[in-house]
Design a protein around this ligand. Structure first.
Ligand code: NA7
Length: 516
C-alpha cells in the first residue's frame, strides 16, 4: 500500500493486483482467534505520514487482528488506494519481453497486463502450506488453515477440536480455542520455545503520550539490528554472575514483547554455552507454569536452543495445558498415520473431531515467488535460478531479472516487518526516481555485485545458532517437495549495516546496477 502511494507520488501509473477480496495482506487472511502483533503496536504502524500517526489510536500494546485490519482500512481510505488495486486477482505468471523491455503479468482469470516495471510485495509468510498427511481431505467436518480463516468467526462452543502444529500461530490460537471448545487436542511434532507477550490496553492518556514520542520510537527502531525497539544487552552472559543473570532474565520474562529474545545478553544467539544457560532458564519457567511434569517435559524443546527459531510470544499458552479439556499428543511417540472422515488416526488410536485446524505454517520467504511462474530473458525461471537459494543484490532485485524489484525480497534485513517494508519501498522508489531523472528504462543487477552481496548474506548467517536449525526462516518445510535443505533467506547481520549500505548505494548513484 505504501509502495502504491509512493509510486503515485512519483507520477507513475500503477496497477496493484491482490489475491484477497480487500486490502490487509497478513491481517486480511489471518483472522484466527488470538491473532495479534508481537511487535509493539506503536512501532509497527506506518511512519510516513505525521497526519496518520496523529489520527490513529492503537488500543492495545500488541494490536489484535481486527484492530489492525481497521487501521489498514483507514490507511487505504485516507490515501485513496483502492482505486488502483484490483482485488480477487491472483497473479499466476510474469514474463519478461526483452524486445520491448516490459513485463506481462497473467492472472488466474487469464487477464493480462503489461508494464515497464514489476514490483513484488508478496510478503514473506503468505504462501501457506497444508500438512502432507495421507487422506488430508477426507475429514468430514470443517478444516481450517489459520491463514485462510473464514470471515465469520468459527464457533468452537461444545465442539471437539484438533489442532495440528505448535508454531507461533498455534501458540496464539490454542489458549483462545481452549476457552471455548468442549475438548481440544493438540498434535505436536516439535515444541517451540515461547515467552509471555504481556499485552495490555493503551489508555487515551498513554496514547497521547506515545504520539509525542513517535520520532524517538522510529529513530530507535532505525538504529536497532532488526527494526524493533529492543536492543541486546552489551554484556556477555559469562560477564554476569549467575544470581544477577537470573534476576535479569526474570525481569525480561516479566516485561512485554521481545526483550527476552532481543534485549538479552549479546551472545545468547551465537554462543552455545550462553544459549544453553538462557535455554535452561526458559525451560524452568515452562516447568513452573505447567502442572503435569510429563506434559511440561513434552513442551520443552530438546532439539534447538531458545531464540534459534523465531520466538512465539504467548498469552496463557502453557497454562492452557493445565485445563481438563486440553490434551497434548506428542507425535514423536504416536505419529499421525492419516486423516480420517472422523478425525486423526495416530499409530495408537483414532481421535474424533468436529473441527480440525491445520496450523502448519508457510513456505517462507521464497514460497510466494515460487507460486508465480516468473520468467526473465530467455524464459529463465526465477524458481530454477533460486533452487539452491536466492541470489539478489541487497534483496532489491534478483540476478538476471531486469526491472523486477522486490519489497522485502529475500536477502533484505527484516525483523519488524512494516519498518523493513517502509525502508524497502523508499530504497526502490529512490532507484526509480534516479532512473526517471536520467531517462533510463531498464535496470538490472551486476553479477559481481550479486555474488558479493550473496556472500555477505551467507557469511553473516554463519555464526548464528539459528542457521543450524530447521525452520521457515532457514527455508525448511517438509510439506513442500524439495524444501528439506537449509538456505539463507535473509540478511541476518546487523540491520544498521544493511541500511547504511543501502544509503551508500543511493548516494553513490546506484553504480552497483546496470542501466539502459
Ligand atoms: P511455523 O512456525 O512454521 O509452525 C508450523 C507448525 O506446524 C510447526 O509446529 C510444525 O512442526 C507443524 N507442522 C507442519 N507440518 C506438520 C505435519 N505434517 N505434521 C505435524 N506438524 C506439522 O508456522 P506458524 O504459522 O505457526 O508461524 C509462522 C510465523 O508467523 C511466525 O514465526 C511469526 O513470524 C508469524 P515442525 O516444527 O515442523 O516439526
Amino acid at each position: 500500500m505504501y509502495l502504491l502511494h509512493r509510486l503515485r507520488a512519483l507520477g507513475m501509473t500503477v496497477q496493484a493486483f491482490e489475491a484477497g477480496t480487500d486490502i490487509g495482506g497478513t491481517w486480511y487472511w489471518n483472522r484466527y482467534p488470538g491473532a495479534r502483533f508481537d511487535s509493539e503496536s506503536w512501532s509497527y504502524g506506518y511512519s510516513f505520514s505525521q497526519e496518520l500517526l496523529q489520527e490513529w489510536d492503537w488500543k492495545e500494546h500488541f494490536s489484535p487482528q481486527p484492530d489492525t485490519l481497521e487501521y489498514l482500512n483507514l490507511v487505504a481510505d485516507k490515501f485513496d488506494l483502492r482505486r488502483d488495486i484490483q482485488f480477487s486477482s491472483t497473479v499466476t505468471a510474469a514474463h519478461w519481453d526483452d524486445d520491448t523491455d516490459t513485463w506481462t503479468v497473467t492472472l488466474e482469470s487469464g487477464e493480462q497486463a503489461r508494464s515497464r516495471f514489476l514490483f513484488t510485495a508478496v510478503g514473506i509468510l503468505s504462501a501457506h502450506t497444508l500438512p502432507a498427511i495421507p487422506d488430508r481431505d477426507s475429514f468430514r467436518g470443517p478444516a481450517y488453515h489459520p491463514a485462510r480463516w473464514p470471515k465469520t468467526p468459527v464457533d468452537f462452543n461444545g465442539k471437539r477440536v484438533g489442532v495440528i502444529g505448535t508454531g507461533a500461530t498455534a501458540i496464539q490460537a490454542i489458549p483462545e480455542i481452549a476457552k471455548q471448545a468442549e475438548h481440544l487436542t493438540v498434535f505436536q511434532r516439535r515444541p517451540n520455545w515461547a515467552a509471555p507477550l504481556h499485552n495490555s490496553k493503551i489508555s487515551k492518556e498513554e496514547m497521547a503520550e506515545i504520539k509525542t514520542r513517535y520520532d524517538e520510537i522510529y529513530a530507535r527502531c532505525r538504529e536497532s539490528p532488526s527494526w524493533f525497539i529492543h536492543r541486546a544487552d552489551p554484556r556477555k552472559t559469562s560477564d554476569v554472575p549467575p544470581e544477577e543473570r537470573e534476576a535479569f532474565w526474570e525481569k525480561l520474562y516479566a516485561e512485554p514483547g521481545f526483550g527476552i529474545w532481543m534485549g538479552n545478553f549479546r551472545d545468547i544467539l551465537v554462543d552455545e554455552k550462553a544459549n544453553a544457560a538462557v535455554t535452561e532458564f526458559i525451560a524452568k519457567k515452562i516447568r513452573q507454569r505447567v502442572k503435569d511434569p510429563k506434559v511440561a517435559d513434552k513442551l520443552i524443546p530438546k532439539d534447538h536452543g531458545f531464540g534459534t527459531r523465531r520466538v512465539p510470544l504467548e498469552s496463557g499458552y502453557f497454562e492452557a495445558y493445565n485445563r481438563d479439556n486440553v490434551l497434548l499428543i506428542d507425535l514423536n511417540e504416536t505419529p499421525i498415520d492419516r486423516i480420517t472422515p472422523a478425525g486423526v488416526k495416530t499409530s495408537d488410536r483414532e481421535h474424533e473431531f468436529d473441527i480440525l485446524v491445520y496450523a502448519t505454517g508457510f513456505d517462507g520467504v521464497t514460497g510466494a515467488f515460487d507460486r508465480i511462474d516468473i520468467r526473465g530473458p530467455g524464459g529463465v525461471r526465477l524458481k530454477d535460478v533460486w533452487a539452491d537459494g536466492p541470489r539478489t543484490y541487497l534483496g532489491w532485485q534478483p540476478e538476471g531479472f531486469p526491472n523486477l524489484l522486490m519489497v522485502l525480497g529475500p536477502h533484505t534485513a527484516r525483523g519488524n516487518i512494516p519498518r523493513a517494508a517502509e525502508h524497502g519501498v523508499e530504497c526502490l522508489t529512490g532507484l526509480l526516481e534516479f532512473m526517471r531523472a536520467r531517462g533510463y528504462a531498464r535496470v538490472e543487477t551486476r553479477p559481481e555485485e550479486v555474488a558479493a552481496w550473496t556472500e555477505t548474506v551467507v557469511k553473516a548467517a554463519a555464526p548464528l545458532l539459528s542457521s543450524k536449525v530447521d525452520s521457515w526462516q532457514t527455508g525448511v518445510n517438509r510439506n513442500v517437495e524439495g524444501r528439506t535443505v537449509r538456505r539463507v533467506l535473509g540478511y541476518n547481520g546487523n540491520g544498521a549495516y544493511y541500511r547504511r549500505k543501502c544509503d551508500e548505494v543511493a548516494a553513490g548513484g546506484f553504480q552497483e546496477f546496470l542501466f539502459r
